[in-house]
Design a protein around this ligand. Structure first.
Ligand code: GTP
Ligand code: MG
Length: 195
């Protein structure tokens, strides 16, 4: 196992102008419940660094963590549509778009896709928005442990196809079982170092 990422919580903010300046930042984005906060904990090998919950919409703020001379951002998820009002959703969209377009130092966005569920309509919309705005992304599939090993190759192919990338362009991880974390740590370190 590679060394865990030495993530340290810096601060939460409601808006981008309240965030501390950063030299280089990697953002973690994806629908609610996809496993963003769990993944950060797993990458750091810490239990309660980022708050995890079975209830979607747990992470409401932009949560900033320091690491290796840069920062990692845990962002609120999208798609808990059944509980959120329309105005909350458009507020979320404005905040996210502003963050992704205006954040100085943002070098890479990890787009998390649920490996058990595959890309949803909102994931595909997000992907196309990110592409259209030239936001550099890495597709990360989550919950590797939830798919039976016999089905994984096929699932990965379908997931990649649904996202418009090659299967080799998808990192599949499990926060629960520590799968794929070394490769993802290396990807994050590389992005922060090259900036
Ligand atoms: P929001 O903050 O609401 O946007 O959600 P999130 O994307 O941060 O998801 P979170 O990390 O809170 O995890 C949501 C649920 O998925 C929790 O019940 C986790 O235990 C579960 N989960 C996350 N990662 C994994 C995984 O690798 N394997 C399994 N089996 N469950 C996972
Ligand atoms: Mg979260």
């Amino acid at each position: 196992m590679s060394a865990p990422l030495a993530l340290e919580f810096v601060q939460s903010a409601a808006q981008i102008d309240q965030l501390p300046p950063t030299r280089a930042e990697v953002a973690v984005i994806g629908r609610s419940n996809v496993g963003k906060s769990s993944l950060l904990n797993a990458l750091a090998n810490r239990r309660n660094l980022a708050k995890v919950s079975g209830k979607p919409g747990r992470t409401q703020l932009l949560n900033c963590f320091a690491v290796d001379g840069g920062t990692v951002m845990d962002l609120p998820g999208y798609g808990y549509a059944s509980t959120a009002s329309k105005s909350m959703r458009s507020d979320w969209r404005r905040r996210m778009e502003r963050y992704l377009l205006e954040r100085e130092g943002l070098v890479l966005t990890l787009l998390l896709i649920d490996g058990e569920v595959g890309p949803t309509r909102l994931d595909v919309e997000m992907l196309s928005w990110l592409h259209g705005n030239d936001v550099p992304i890495q597709v990360v599939a989550t919950k590797h442990d939830k798919v039976k090993s016999a089905k994984r190759d096929k699932r990965k192919k379908e997931l990649a196809e649904g996202c418009g990338v090659l299967p080799s362009g998808v990192l599949w991880v499990s926060a629960e079982r520590n799968v794929g974390l070394d490769r993802l740590r290396a990807r994050i370190r590389e992005a922060l170092e090259q900036a």
